[in-house]
Design a protein around this ligand. Sequence first.
Ligand SMILES: Nc1ncnc2c1ncn2[C@@H]1O[C@H](COP(=O)(O)OP(=O)(O)OP(=O)(O)O)[C@@H](O)[C@H]1O
Length: 297
Amino acid sequence: MLESTTPILEVRNLTKHYRLVQAVKGISFSIPTGICFGLLGPNGAGKSTTIEMIEGIKKPSSGEILYKGAPRGEDFAQQCGIQFQSTALPDFLLVREVLALFHSFYDKTLAIDELVTLCDLGEFLDQEANRLSGGQKQRLLLALALINDPEIVFLDEPTTGLDPQSRRRFWHLIDRIKKQGKTVILTTHYMDEAESLCDDLVIIDHGKIIDQGSPQALLQKHLPHRQVSLHTETVIESAAVTGDVSATPGVVTIDTLSVEKTLQELMAFDLDLSTLRVHNPTLEDLFIKLTGHALRD
Ligand SMILES: Nc1ncnc2c1ncn2[C@@H]1O[C@H](COP(=O)(O)OP(=O)(O)OP(=O)(O)O)[C@@H](O)[C@H]1O
């Protein structure tokens, strides 16, 4: 019997060489059951190659992949759910027909009604699948990835190219899937997506993991300071506040470990605080700090 502490998936020292490129250079991580795990990195970092090796679509050059503590069996592809970056759907079929078709491929399935509710497909069931909007198509592809009621679901850049509203709607669906106890593995180059969805993540650059942990833990570890900034002509001496003060004409910025303390100290200056802003570091800031370059370079 699987112990509750056994990770649902473990990757040990995974590498992948293409002819001229070493795309993945020794990646290791383990994923507990029921979380959303992210592989975050810029284009070409090696995210898709890594996820495709785990899915069984690409063969690793070396390394080990364990599913529930053992090498993946022949039927792994049947047991997991995969949402590809793009999937060709049969021409002229309505969404309800596509669902019925894919449903017929598997022995173990989720009921179509349940999929429709889970992925918000109700409003376009009678439309042609190949004429859906980007957001609708991604919801349909998610439903297809869930059709065999998998315990583990792989989503490779599922929201790339979607408008902000469709992206957020998709995030809600991922939350719903997690609430069902499924483990979600997600690749993304959107920092806000990783921050909002992932319980745990690896940051990948040039085929290597540069750090891993929960978004909060990583931010706390590398960027514990908050930035408090304020439009004012008043000179604020460093000695008067807790934190590092820097000033440009008309703006004072204080890097602080305690926003509360800094605010209390600022009150003593009798300033107009209406322009005060507190900047919490983001994963984007973290990525720049760790790699020295922006995510979309
Ligand atoms: N089939 C292939 N043959 C040769 N090189 C490849 C192949 N697939 C990927 N690569 C190279 O391997 C590296 C990693 O690519 P990969 O697609 O895994 O990155 P990624 O992080 O998923 O990027 P993206 O976000 O653009 O999908 C890149 O340099 C890419 O050009």
